[in-house]
Design a protein around this ligand. Sequence first.
Ligand code: ZN
Ligand code: ZN
Ligand code: ZN
Length: 366
Amino acid sequence: MTFTTKDFQRRMERALTQAADAGLTGVLVTPGPDLVYFLGYQPTAITERITMLVLDADHDPHLIVPLLERPDAEAAPGASAVTITDWADGTDPYAATARLLDPQGRYALSDSAWAMHLLGLQNALRETRYTSITGSLPMLRAVKDADEVERLAAAGAAAYEQIIGVRFAGRTETEIGTELARLLREHGHSQVDFTVVGSGPNGANPHHEMGDRVIAEGDMVVLDFGGLKDGYGSDTTRTVHVGEPTAKEREVFEIVKRAQQAGFEAVRPGVACQEIDRAARRVIEEAGYGKDFIHRTGHGIGLTTHEPPYMVEGEQRPLVPGMCFSIEPGIYLPGRFGVRIEDIVTVTENAGRRLNNTSHELRIVA
Ligand code: ZN
Ligand code: ZN
Ligand code: ZN
């Protein structure tokens, strides 16, 4: 399954329409997820040599690349949708790039653009102005097309059912994490971004990745894993228990499960992102654990595993069909244990659809 020249052209047209709506001259794209989105192009190394896609309503799309990388750029899936211009070492790359810009223009620029490139352009063209692409074109990558949603669903289908079959007790977190990474690769992931294994008290730290702690009978274990499959991200969290849980552990688990469900049920077009956070948080607050839910409820996902939109208090942008994001409430009890449940959800015409569909029940592992 590959994206076609037409797909890339459609994305560039959408970007220009959204830029015009935002009162901008065009869009400047540097290597990273934005350039992958528009051209399927990722230079082998992102270096100090400037590569930039210039989208501007007044002329055809231009990709400016270092001379030595021209063959790589020409081989990119979307190369036939652009005119490629190169610059050679020893010449001024900013002067070369500036020739493609409107000297009075206002451009949206990739968030991941290097500051040195922006400063170089500002120096070459004193009157141009720049704004962040996610700030000014917030719906661009946040709203996925049907192919992208299906890739996210395929990525999300991986690994959980197998990991709960392995032995936990007596093994280190790192061993379980290594197993998870292997399963993700077995399920077609080309890149594993994270495998969190937080056992017992380590589960109470949402940023704990994994370590030498030996998992024991009686431990809650938070498993949060994801990466890229076919270019699109997966991100799943499940919390399991080694042996029979206590009543308290079950109670906390059920609250998180209900919070996750409440967040999911709040999803529909037009609802503000912050309402998803509020819906999940309300359940946890009403159960008396509000102060133990110490992070936002979710983040967007697509060509990267963390990107806008964020399901967080204060984010008033509305949900739009095609948006894909996590819903991942948690309760963290310092020194004791943590529970988090995370699914990726997409917005349909009238509700939400889960893209990773594994069970939410508290699974007992050995
Ligand atoms: Zn326990
Ligand atoms: Zn996540
Ligand atoms: Zn996660």
